[in-house]
Ligand binder design. Sequence first.
Ligand code: GLN
Length: 301
Amino acid sequence: NPIPDLLDALRESLVGVTDGQVAQYIPELAHAEPGWFGLALATLDGHVYASGDADRPFTLQSVSKPFVYALALTDRGLDEVVSRVGLEPSGEAFNATRLEPGTGRPPNPMVNAGAILTTSLVDDGFPRILAGLEAFAGRVLGVDERAYESEVETGDRNRAIAYLMRTAGSLRADAEQSVRRYFRQCAIQVTARDLAVMSATLANGGVNPVTGVQVVTRDTASHVLTVMATCGMYDFAGEWLLRVGLPAKSGVSGGITGALPAQLGIGLFSPPLDERGTSVRGIAACEELSARFGLHLMRPP
Ligand code: GLN
């Protein structure tokens, strides 16, 4: 099978890339090895191909955002969610404080403001979020309690964003409870293999291709992929779509999840980040995968 060989070759061609810096703002992320590098690819017939550190656990961080958005859409419906969280790329960093003038809506669900509001819209709190993300991954997931506690101790910028949304009237739930729920979803532990299956579930119209479970509806899966395409990479979203051509989401632990609708899911893990908080090797690997397999959505085969 050429896919595992190709993943191995790709990993070897990129291990020498040493640009970027591991996130430093909490010890649980700062202790990551810069050399860790895992790649995985899940196809819709339920096969998962992996290379390198594809089974090494790390915290989801912002990669949680699209999947929690899927749960909010399921619980509240598209119209209600859109009335509360915008759909426009912000062109700003993930932790920007700007809200939409007039409505006070956060710009989109992929930046922190939007994610904190989105998480407040999910019914039944964190247990439902964990169960939902487990259904996307197709297995039981743990929470890194120390990473969670560190976020609770240091996450004042996210608190500030939540209180801004309270005064703007867009966040109606309790601010501290909402940020804590957000910190907890960020601390869920996954692997690159999980990220491939999670995106493959979106690519497969909401059905996990490994377990066969319908996690969200077809409509919800397509809404989430659309928002990942326009906003998933923050102020890099436009260049990302040009270079890679796939809906994707990054996180500061070094994870990237990406999907080619109706075809496959990709999971990447490499902790060193660029100045926007995106995995350097992850970007390079996705560009290369897209080029070699002809995955770019805007480029017909
Ligand atoms: N926990 C991080 C934060 O809220 C997640 C950010 C990210 O992965 N971009 O700052």
